[in-house]
Design a protein around this ligand. Structure first.
Ligand SMILES: Cc1ncc(COP(=O)(O)O)c(C=O)c1O
Length: 404
């Protein structure tokens, strides 16, 4: 009998955050080895819990959440998302412009599936949250990575974007605040990117899922608020800001020139209808969550857990010979650089695998974020400070003798 094979469409698709190194960690765990999992940004695994108002809303609405909803979402959730997004300066939104999804992840799938023809180009940052690259590739798109510059606080390199636009470019993805770097983009940077989109008729996909997890008194600016003339799709959700990643609760807002995008929007509507609707119990908490959108704010101030954990890991990592990093301003990720020459590192996946075997900490290598060189890795700094200090100590001990 013939072997059952996966589709060739998956040939260049990867998702290393839950890839081979995570598989190896699962095998080690099955043998009884305790592993610290720092591969996913999964707050509830580290003692971060949803506000009580979310639990109350879920319980209060569970009975009325048994039916499928409209494919865009339940009216109360749509209204709350519209009000929140309008409050962020995204102008002219009506209820028809909003779609709820089973996490932002599902909406990334829908928005790219509805758009890309084979060979269409899409500009995606490197490093990126790799789902964007994976889904674009699966849809037949040609991903063109533009550089975010570590020497410039990991901001998008505007000249590099300009160089990489071609007649086949359909869209540009902005991940702000950024995963894996924790960068937050200024108004000027956003305006520069938007101007390129304007000049080349590009759709802007703005992934802003970390917009409520910003530190140091900085403020997040929604890209769509700066470009009411452009067609922008803004993605957001509750996985990170309200610590309910398991609920699978996200949304997207379509703003700007919807007339030009009428056919594309028809495609989005069709795909949203085909999956019937997003998880209704999760939709039923959106109202309560967006009544208190900044419930995580105390965690982000001095004395708050996320703030103190960032200080701890950033300071500890920069003291380790051969490691350096840009201080993140948002989210809960650090993307340190390794002196690859010093440690003769040729394979960054091997680097994180060796660290896993020796010190039982699971992390993701830089190439897992489509970074082109074997000289970075990502730390999810969700563990409490004492645990982070132990992890940093293990990294210091590991690098004392490590070489490839
Ligand atoms: C930048 C970014 N976008 C989207 C997602 C997916 O989020 P969701 O849980 O809403 O599917 C993540 C998850 O880590 C992310 O980091």
């Amino acid at each position: 009998m013939m072997d059952i094979k996966k589709t060739s469409k998956l040939e260049n698709v990867g998702y290393d955050i839950r890839g081979p190194v995570a598989d190896e960690a699962a095998k080690m765990r099955a043998k009884g080895i305790a592993i610290i999992s720092l591969n996913t940004g999964n707050p509830a695994n580290f003692g971060f819990f949803a506000p009580q108002s979310i639990e109350d809303a879920l319980i209060a609405n569970i009975k009325s959440s048994e039916a499928y909803s409209d494919s865009r979402g339940i009216p109360a959730a749509i209204e709350a998302i519209r009000a929140y997004s309008t409050g962020k300066g995204i102008a002219g939104l009506s209820d028809e412009d909003i779609y709820t999804g089973n996490g932002v992840s599902e909406l990334i799938n829908i928005s790219l599936q509805a758009l890309l023809e084979n060979g269409d180009e899409i500009l995606i940052p490197t490093p990126d949250y790799p789902l964007w690259t994976s889904v674009a590739t699966l849809c037949g798109g040609k991903v063109v990575h533009y550089i975010c510059d570590e020497e410039n606080e990991w901001l998008p390199d505007i000249a590099d974007i300009r160089k990489k636009v071609s007649p086949r470019t359909k869209a540009i993805v902005l991940i702000n605040p950024n995963n894996p770097t924790g960068a937050l983009y200024s108004k000027d940077v956003l305006l520069d990117v938007l101007q390129i989109a304007r000049e080349h008729n590009l759709i802007v996909f703005a992934d802003e899922i970390y917009d409520r997890l910003v530190m140091d008194g900085e403020e997040h600016i929604a890209a769509a608020s700066l470009a009411p003339d452009l067609f922008v799709v803004t993605f957001n959700g509750l996985s990170k800001s309200h610590m309910v990643a398991g609920f699978r609760c996200g949304w997207m807002c379509l703003s700007g020139d919807r007339k030009r995008a009428a056919d594309y929007i028809e495609g989005i509507q069709m795909l949203a209808s085909m999956r019937l609707c997003a998880n209704v119990p999760a939709q039923s908490v959106i109202c309560a969550a967006l009544d208190d959108p900044y419930s995580a704010a105390p965690l982000l101030r001095p004395g708050g857990r996320i703030y103190e954990q960032r200080e701890c890991i950033y300071n500890a990592i920069k003291e380790i010979p051969g490691l350096s990093s840009v201080k993140p301003k948002a989210a809960f990720y650090l993307f340190p650089k390794i002196d690859a020459e010093k440690y003769h590192i040729r394979d960054d996946e091997q680097f994180v695998l060796d660290f896993l075997h020796e010190h039982h900490v699971l992390m993701t290598h830089g190439k897992g974020f489509n970074w082109p060189r074997a000289d970075h890795f990502r730390i999810v700094y969700l563990p409490a400070v004492p645990e982070l200090m132990r992890i940093a100590e293990r990294m210091r001990a590991f690098l004392r003798t490590y070489t490839q």
